[in-house]
Design a binder for this molecule. Structure first.
Ligand code: CMC
Length: 428
């Protein structure tokens, strides 16, 4: 591979070019500062690769997403969420035996420490479930204080990963039960991952939950579609925080906090708020589009646009089909579905959105699907976190498996005051 040449101040610097397995090329600038005194500046990391990774491939122009080489369309249709989690973390589809061991580990770790139940009593009923989730996940470090970063035993990592994947679902369901003032429902060993979550969310001693296979399948697909998305905001957070060698629970807690924001995973809740605004506040689809285009307003068309996809997000396409299936099966009369379809059509034919290649992203239809499942809107981002967890764990593991290991530490271009002397308060 030819080097890239940088000419600066009468000198030339040869910068090695590295190539990925799908032909993506990057200029390696690791020695640039030592050689030339220069650093690179890329606010928002629009064009900066922070690592090499073998987990997820995205081609944003062609709308392609693959986990470990497998197309997302095949996984969403044919795999299960725990199997996809195994694939992401360990790099291959599990054998029968590996799958059985992994499932058993998830089952054995599905309860949370009974003492942790008391935490829920301390949260106000109005607490946002994302705040509860991040707190509880960090608190796992208190109750399970054996960290892979102390002993580097593979078995410790395996246990921590299974604990997180299994317990996050229990914590999420318990936070919902707490918010509606109902007793928690313990997990069952005979239900699969998604059915167990729905059971813990919606079963009650006075009204048993009527499990529907298509709802379970749709949830399974939703979680798979969210399971990884290479170096996005929350995943980069997990890597950066984890690069200090803090434990996995705390790294994941940081990822949950990053995900909560409305420009990232929090967009799924915002989409529903936006659609409800159109339904309830007389805001028309046209007005909504105009507001999203107005540069003097902070409003954006939530569920639209993506840093990487400059084409229809493949995840949104699959979710639209799932939504269609559930709407027909349950004869859903939900005005938000019609508003969403109208809004999508209006945006896709508007010059502003066409020129900027803004298409629906994963968050545009996921909220409506969750709504049909009976999940309240403040839980949508929690569902995103449950789905994204295996990806965060896989990326954290990959980072720690890559030697030599380095702490993440970007640089900056300082633009503040130059040296000046302290002035005592009476002389100011
Ligand atoms: N509505 C209106 N205008 C938009 C939107 C939108 N949703 N998204 C981008 N634009 C405009 C933006 O104003 C800019 O216009 P201009 O070139 O005139 O300044 C242009 O499109 C490029 O946008 P950008 O902000 O430079 O793009 P970005 O890569 O920094 O941001 C994004 C990506 C996802 C944060 C952004 O598209 C957005 O805010 N979308 C709405 C929030 C959302 O749906 N987030 C979920 C993303 S998918 C799930 C996930 O992975 O988190």
């Amino acid at each position: 591979m030819k080097d890239a040449i940088l000419r600066y101040d009468g000198r030339e610097y040869a910068l090695p070019v590295v190539e990925g397995s799908e032909g993506e090329r990057a200029v390696d600038i690791a020695n640039l500062r030592n050689d030339s005194g220069l650093i690179t500046l890329d606010v928002g990391y629009q064009n900066t690769g922070s690592c090499k990774s073998a987990i997820t491939f995205i081609d944003g122009d062609r709308g392609i997403l693959r986990y470990r080489g497998y197309p997302i369309e095949e996984l969403a249709e044919l795999s299960t969420f725990p199997e996809t989690a195994f694939l992401l973390i360990y790099g291959h589809l599990p054998s029968r035996e590996e799958r059985a061991v992994f499932s058993q580990r998830l089952t054995e770790n599905s309860m949370i420490h009974e003492e942790m139940l008391r935490f829920f009593d301390g949260f106000p009923l109005t607490a946002h479930p994302m705040a509860i989730l991040s707190t509880m996940v960090n608190a796992l470090a208190v109750y399970y204080p054996r960290y892979f970063t102390d002993d580097w035993e593979v078995a410790t990592f395996d246990l921590m990963a299974a604990r997180l994947i299994s317990k996050i679902r229990t914590i999420a369901a318990y936070s919902y039960k707490h918010s509606i003032g109902e007793p928690v429902v313990y997990p069952r060993h005979d239900l699969n991952y998604c059915a167990n979550f729905l059971y813990m969310m919606f079963n009650s001693p006075v009204k048993p939950y009527d499990m529907d296979e298509d709802i379970v399948k749709a949830l399974n697909a939703l979680l798979i579609l969210h399971a990884d998305h290479e170096q996005n905001c929350s995943t980069s957070t997990v890597r950066l925080v984890g690069s200090s060698m803090v434990n996995l629970y705390s790294s994941i807690c940081a990822g949950i906090c990053a995900l909560w924001g409305p420009l990232h995973g929090g967009a799924n809740q915002q989409v529903i708020d936006m659609l409800e605004g159109i339904r309830d506040q007389g805001l028309t689809v046209r007005k909504c589009i105009e507001q999203a285009k107005d540069k003097n307003s902070r409003f954006r068309l939530f569920g639209f646009g993506h840093r990487v996809y400059k084409n229809y997000d493949p995840r949104a396409r699959i979710l639209k089909d799932k939504l269609d299936l559930l709407v027909r099966k349950f004869n859903v009369k939900e005005p938000l579905v019609d508003i969403a379809l109208e809004l999508e059509q209006a945006a896709l034919t508007d010059d502003y959105f066409i020129e900027r290649k803004l298409y629906p992203n994963v968050d545009f239809y996921s909220g409506i699907l969750y709504r049909i499942m009976g999940i309240p809107s403040d839980m949508y981002t929690v569902l995103f976190a449950i789905g994204r967890l295996p990806g965060w764990i896989a990326q954290w593991k990959e980072m720690h498996d890559t030697l030599p290991f380095r702490i993440g530490r970007p640089r900056q271009v300082y633009t503040g005051e130059t040296l000046r002397s302290y002035v005592p308060i009476d002389a100011r």
